[in-house]
Design a protein around this ligand. Structure first.
Ligand SMILES: [Zn+2]
Length: 263
């Protein structure tokens, strides 16, 4: 599933290519209501924003196209809007003949055209961006206080921190040497500060690596060229201590951790 770094990579690339272009027409095959076709026609793209894992394509006239890539979606430009691939679900024809395509083999991604003010209000429910100045060690400490959530589920909770998903949450906990089952409220100040540094460090690196790895159409892998210490390494030895990496289920998702390093 694309997490914040992958979504940020998608947005960065789109920003350079899409902003300023006028929409000629849109064709919805799946992943959105047909109403999107009329809502976006003849509008100009004014910005491409991101909040957590949400992509917000701002259009003239107070409309935003809100896209969530979910498990396997991808959003990219093609040189000719008539030449989209088999798993294209939404095709937007732009002035000049280029196209914006929402591609998703599993068709789980979602897009909607909504009022900009309405969607901005919705986005306020999300926690702060982990790479924004709002997200600080003190902020994390404040949220951890009295919070019984296990550390991994806390990090996955989009109302706490926006954009962290299964992979980078597991990697941040490994780097901070925190057991994923540990309730947040039991973590000492120093450990919360360590977690803060791990989250920020990993996401900065991951944004950079996702941006380099993301090459437009197809083959979009999360953490494609990001060195993973625990995620997906169940049964393999930990690079730090040699203990065997374990997998457990939390909130219906797999969590990977090192029993030797993470207490
Ligand atoms: Zn270890």
């Amino acid at each position: 599933m694309p997490e914040m770094p992958e979504v940020e990579a998608v947005c960065r690339r789109l920003r350079g290519q899409l902003v300023g272009l006028r929409i000629r027409s849109a064709r919805v095959l799946r992943c959105a209501d047909k109403a999107l076709e009329q809502a976006v026609i003849r509008r100009t793209v004014t910005a491409v924003d991101r909040r957590g894992k949400h992509i917000l394509i701002r259009l003239s006239g107070g409309i935003t196209v809100h896209v969530h890539l979910r498990m396997s979606g991808n959003l990219f430009m093609i040189p000719d809007h008539r030449l989209s691939g088999a798993s294209a679900r939404i095709i937007v024809a732009l002035a000049g003949g280029t196209g914006l395509v929402l591609e998703d083999p599993r068709a789980l991604a979602r897009a909607e055209a909504v009022g900009t003010r309405l969607i901005n209000g919705e986005m306020e429910k999300l926690g702060p961006e982990p790479l924004s100045p709002v997200f600080t060690p003190d902020w994390l400490l404040e949220k951890a206080r009295g919070c019984r959530q296990p550390a991994k589920l806390f990090l996955m909770d989009q109302t706490k921190v926006a954009g962290l998903g299964n992979i980078y949450a597991a990697e941040a906990l490994f780097q901070a040497r925190i057991n994923p089952r540990k309730p947040m409220q039991t973590l000492a100040r120093m450990r919360v500060e360590r977690l803060y540094s791990a989250i920020v460090g990993i996401l900065k690196d991951a944004v950079q690596s996702a941006y380099l790895a993301y090459s437009g159409p197809g083959d979009f892998q999360e953490a494609e060229s990001f060195p993973l210490a625990v995620y997906g390494r169940q049964g393999e030895p930990c690079h730090a201590c040699g203990a065997t990496i374990r997998r457990l289920m939390q909130g219906g998702r797999s969590t990977y951790y090192c029993p030797g390093c993470q207490k």
